[in-house]
Design a protein around this ligand. Structure first.
Ligand code: GAL
Length: 726
């Protein structure tokens, strides 16, 4: 009896170790003994709602994906030290289980630095204020915090049996993110940090491979992987590692003030085929579903939409022809898999700018990729006595080396999407945010100008800088009417100036230079004048060496010229501070709080008035969603539905850009090549997740900073998709 049970135990252990392993060699990731060509796509769980996840994952599966890749968002999971949040959009395990139930794998990018156009690159803001801390280098407090969070996530994954050898979906993890160039700039401490985090990660015994992206010298056993639009030059740093592309950019993100980038699918498919034909065995679309930066989640100047021209659009609908064309590409690649995983490509020229890449295995499998790199002419090539007409900048796939079943530039799907207005003319109410002054109770006087994030700790976008200004009655300008000029230098990101409570101008920066200078004539009177400056942040930086040291807010100098004395420097005088808005402290966006507050109604509703809170209720439209709010005509601010923030709106920021003309898919792509919306708002549609709506009596709250226009966002919009089947 005893003997039998021992035998059973030993056998089951053997089975487990044989059936469940993830390793790699120079060809591919190996899952349970099988080399795999893996097609992956990024879907970031907090950029959609849990109710959307099953549909998104199913559409990813239907589109031919094997793997879902996501970062882990530390600032969402640990908003204050050791106060963890794994609920709602941050329910990481629930998300991974949805992926698992669909039968897909997971690539978990723990980071915990993530970049991702995410507020502060995913680091909690409190981390910056840990004494003695320096981010992403050989620094004790930073390493301790990084290790603690990484361990927390790995332990959680283990206890939920999430790693593949445990029967879970995770086949790979990532530590850090694109550290290569930062390491170079950091020097010796950077190198020491790399060594440390590699050892730390490996010691966590996840039993699945770790990768590092954009880190050419990634130490063993980590795999160095590539992120780019093509990754033509990438090669693994050891002959026993596979060639992997962990971020193939499906287009690019949109910044407020920028045009909306798109990437033609012909070129995206070409990039995939080109990587696979040169021994690549893993590609990940960044993003497969970009989604939405809800609330204040987005990084510096990044729009609320993170659509990314991804195969699944912001609302979770298949974007055609992208989704369908890539689906066919994935099918074709899958048919090549037996040859791809068991041989190396032989390459030869098929003429000027044309090449054949042929995979022929000992067992007789054969797959060929016929490529034409010419951007203007088709290539007529002969491959094994057969003629092929290759479109410019395209690759044909022959999974049996005989029949072309796919060409990257032959797109047979067509589609257009329509936004249809479905409602509007809501009964609005408004609440006027008062402009505070330095004498108000609750403001904090300090000498000089202070950095914004230091004061707010990013608990709000807003910080008031308040002071008084004395003007004597003998000032010449009071007589000649030549108003003095106020000049304010700010580290960013946007500024609104009020003199004696009156709106006196706005100024704002942009992603490439968030700082701003306000210069304007101001109306002053004899006696005491109040200056109230509302400085607002539009997300914290998420990229580049020591981005965490970048400042925000009014740091000066502030001067007033055109006085009898010439120019007066206001920089070093006493300024009073008030973090946040009154409406925020009153929780005006929360349905159960606002009824007690006096909102104006009917003809008293604010029109073209800065700092207005608007509120209305509406029933969910009869037409099926998804829904978006058309904010055309509004300026800048934030929007809430039933107390949930759907993000910052800024249709007042008009897209600069000259790249909105016709865009040829052929030729190397970059994020500035093809775009829409030049001369229009960078973002006018704002996604309302359906699960945040009730059938009736939904509360919509808008804080409008600029008061650009009368309430314009009258319409709910249904998005519908029409697919032209060719
Ligand atoms: C990459 C980075 C991603 C994202 C992307 C641009 O370099 O790893 O997190 O920021 O750029 O969208």
């Amino acid at each position: 009896m005893l003997r039998t049970s021992i035998l059973v135990v030993i056998l089951s252990c053997l089975c487990a170790s044989v059936t469940s392993t993830v390793t790699y060699d120079n060809k591919a990731i190996i899952i349970n003994g099988q080399r795999r060509i893996l097609i992956s796509g990024s879907i970031h769980y907090p950029r959609s709602t849990p109710e959307m996840w099953p549909d998104l994952i199913q559409k990813a599966k239907d589109g031919g994906l094997d793997v879902i890749q996501t970062y882990v968002f530390w600032n969402g999971h640990e908003p204050s030290p050791e106060k963890y949040n794994f609920e709602g959009r941050y329910d990481l395990v629930r998300f991974l289980k949805v992926v698992q139930q669909a039968g897909l794998y997971v690539h978990l990018r723990i980071g915990p630095y993530v970049c991702a156009e995410w507020n502060f690159g995913g680091f909690p803001v409190w981390l910056k204020y840990v004494p003695g801390i320096e981010f992403r280098t050989d620094n004790g407090p930073f390493k301790a915090a990084m290790q603690k969070f990484t361990e927390k996530i790995v332990d959680m994954m283990k206890s939920e049996n999430m790693f593949e050898p445990q029967g879970g979906p995770i086949i790979m993890s990532q530590i850090e993110n694109e550290y290569g160039s930062i390491e170079q700039q950091t020097g010796a401490p950077g190198k020491a940090y790399t060594k440390w985090f590699v050892n730390m990660a490996v010691s966590l015994d996840t039993n699945v491979p770790w990768i590092m992206c954009k880190q050419d010298d990634a130490p063993d056993p980590l795999i160095n992987t590539c992120n780019d639009f093509y990754c033509l030059k990438h090669s693994p740093n050891k002959p026993y590692k596979p060639k992997m592309l962990t971020e193939l950019w499906t287009s690019w993100f949109t910044e407020f003030g920028g045009a909306v980038p798109y990437r033609p699918v012909e070129d995206l498919a070409f990039a995939v085929a080109r990587f696979i034909q040169t021994n690549g065995s893993f590609i990940n679309y960044y993003m497969y579903h970009g989604g939405t930066n809800f609330g204040r989640d987005s990084g510096l100047f990044v729009t609320t939409s993170y659509d990314y021209d991804a195969p699944l659009d912001e609302y979770g609908l298949q974007r055609e022809p992208k989704w369908g064309h890539l689906r066919l590409l994935h099918k074709a690649i899958k048919q090549c898999e037996p040859a791809l995983v068991s041989s190396y490509p032989t390459v030869w020229s098929l003429g000027k700018n044309a090449e054949a890449h042929e995979y022929r295995s000992n067992s007789g499998a054969c797959a060929a990729f016929l490529a034409n790199y010419d951007t203007t002419s088709s290539a007529n090539v002969i491959y094994f006595n057969k003629q092929y007409d290759l479109l410019p900048w395209s690759i044909s796939i022959l999974p049996d080396c005989k029949n072309e079943i796919f060409n990257t530039a032959k797109v047979i799907h067509g589609a257009h999407m329509k936004m249809i207005p479905v409602g509007g003319d809501f009964p609005w109410q408004s609440y006027n945010e008062e402009v505070p002054t330095a004498d108000d109770s609750g403001t904090v006087p300090m000498v000089g100008l202070y950095e914004q994030i230091n004061v707010t700790r990013d608990s709000t976008d807003y910080l008031w800088y308040l002071t008084n200004l004395n003007i004597t009655s003998d000032e010449e300008f009071l007589k000649d009417g030549k108003d003095p000029v106020l000049t304010i230098a700010s580290a960013g990101h946007a500024l609104q100036v009020f003199i004696n409570g009156q709106p006196s101008g706005v100024a704002y920066g942009r992603l490439s230079n968030p700082s701003l200078t306000f210069t304007g004539n101001v109306k002053l009177r004899a006696g005491t004048n109040t200056i109230s400056l509302l400085s607002s942040c539009v997300g914290l930086p998420n990229v580049n060496l020591h981005y965490e040291r970048r400042n925000a807010g009014v740091l000066g100098p502030i001067t007033l010229s055109g006085l009898n004395e010439g120019t007066r420097d206001l920089t070093k005088q006493t300024w009073s501070y008030k973090a946040g808005l009154k409406g925020e402290s009153l929780n005006l966006h929360t349905p159960d709080r606002s009824p007690s507050i006096d909102f104006l109604e009917g003809s008293f509703v604010a029109q073209k008035q800065p700092l207005s809170w608007y509120k209305t209720t509406f029933d969910t439209p009869q037409e099926p969603g998804p829904y978006a709010l058309d904010m055309t005509g509004m300026g800048k601010g934030e929007i809430w539905i039933n107390g949930e923030s759907i993000g910052r709106h800024w249709p007042g920021y008009i897209a600069r850009g000259h790249n909105c003309g016709a865009c040829n898919y052929a030729g190397y792509y970059n994020q500035n090549k093809c775009a829409t919306s030049c001369g229009e708002p960078s973002q006018k549609w704002y996604h309302i997740p359906q699960s945040w709506l009730k059938p009736t009596g939904n509360q919509l709250t808008i804080f409008e900073e600029w008061g650009e226009d009368t309430i314009h966002c009258r319409s709910f919009i249904v998005i519908q998709i029409f697919i032209d089947k060719a």
